[in-house]
Ligand binder design. Structure first.
Ligand code: MTE
Length: 335
């Protein structure tokens, strides 16, 4: 198990110090010791000390303010290292910037991420257009170190910074008629070269969706950062979804609209190839993609001498927390 969810959003300073002591005793963060904690610095050591070598991007004031009180997660040492930032930020899927893995890192800087607002609409009491900082205002930033398993059979381990989607749902006050949530990515062809190029298969904007109980689950995160800094544009700045037990394509990037709806939304990959990509997209080693097996995965980074293959886990290793959501479903039919 990679994550322990705090019982509540509250976290006393003493708990944080205990975590720092924990961190100082173990090799974490891809083989780097937390030198600040070892030297007796406060547990809320700067993110740059936690992730040495990770470039700290210029952050808006609201993010910097929140970072100071972020709740950092200790890694449960079960033999999995955090993926180096260089790999997580240079090997990406973000088709709005091109179909190749290096395209998003090369081209996503054209996306203007400040200011950013999100339209909340549909079956809710509090619809409206909210500035990103307003959406986050009542939530404390939490670090969540999650596995990310792409449907293409590669995986990473990424330390996200964000807040539970459930916080936003409570703020929006959905009606009981809202059974699903539909998410929409920005579609700005002048800033997203992939949307105006020949990769014409996708009907923009990119759309994703969750059932309400999946959306309310405490593992489901809205991320505004990773590796102790804001999200790089190629990773979905300034706001993306992270649903760690589902294939990565559910984790929609650069969200501009969140709609509370009655019916299951039609999502981008499902509408393009329904026999290959389902709405649920739960990670499952026993349900093959029609063109390849999902039993194993390639943990990035690999090397010339090792492909770093490992067995894929049901629900990406989060079965204990989420299997109950699907107890009445046939996972081979509702894939
Ligand atoms: N969101 C949008 N808007 N466009 C995309 O092309 N790709 C998805 C998902 N979110 C995608 C997206 C896929 S297929 C994956 S595997 C993850 O983003 C990759 O996230 P990463 O690049 O941060 O690793």
């Amino acid at each position: 198990m990679l994550i322990k969810i705090p019982a509540s959003g509250e976290c006393r300073e003493s708990e944080v110090t205990t975590e720092a002591a924990y961190l100082s005793r173990r090799q974490i963060l891809g083989g780097v010791m937390l030198s600040g904690a070892a030297a007796g610095l406060p547990a809320l050591a700067k993110a740059s000390e936690r992730y040495p070598g990770v470039t700290s991007a210029p952050a808006p004031k609201w993010f910097a303010d929140k970072l100071a009180s972020a709740r950092w997660q200790a890694v449960v040492p079960d033999g999995e290292a955090i993926t180096p930032f260089a790999d997580a930020s240079q090997y990406n899927n973000f088709y709005e910037f091109g179909p190749n893995k290096g395209d998003p890192a090369r081209h996503a800087s054209t996306l203007k991420v400040e200011p950013w607002s999100v339209l909340i609409d549909g079956e809710v009491d509090q619809p409206g257009r909210y500035a990103l900082e307003e959406l986050c205002s009542e939530s404390r930033l939490q670090e969540r170190i999650y596995r990310l398993r792409c449907v293409e059979a590669w995986s990473m381990v990424i330390p996200w910074l964000g807040f539970p989607l459930a916080d936003l749902i409570r703020k929006a006050q959905p009606h009981s008629s809202a059974k699903f949530i539909r998410f929409e990515t920005a579609y700005r062809s002048e800033e997203m070269r992939g949307t105006r190029s020949g990769f014409g298969l996708i009907d923009w904007p990119y759309i994703e969706g969750l059932r309400m109980d999946e959306a309310m689950h405490p593992l489901t995160l809205l991320a505004v950062g990773m590796y102790g800094r804001t999200l790089p544009n190629q990773n979905g700045a300034p706001l993306r979804l992270v649903v760690p037990w589902k294939y990565g394509f559910k984790s929609i990037k650069s969200i501009v609209r969140i709609s509370f709806v009655r019916e299951q939304p039609i999502t981008t990959w499902q509408s393009m190839a329904p026999q290959e990509y389902g709405f649920y997209a739960n990670v499952n080693p026993k349900v093959s993609h029609p063109r390849w097996s999902q039993a194993r995965e390639r943990r990035l980074p690999g090397s010339l001498f090792s492909t770093n293959l490992r067995d894929t886990q049901l629900f990406n290793g989060y079965a204990e927390q989420v299997a109950g959501l699907y107890s009445s479903m046939d996972l081979s039919k509702d894939y």
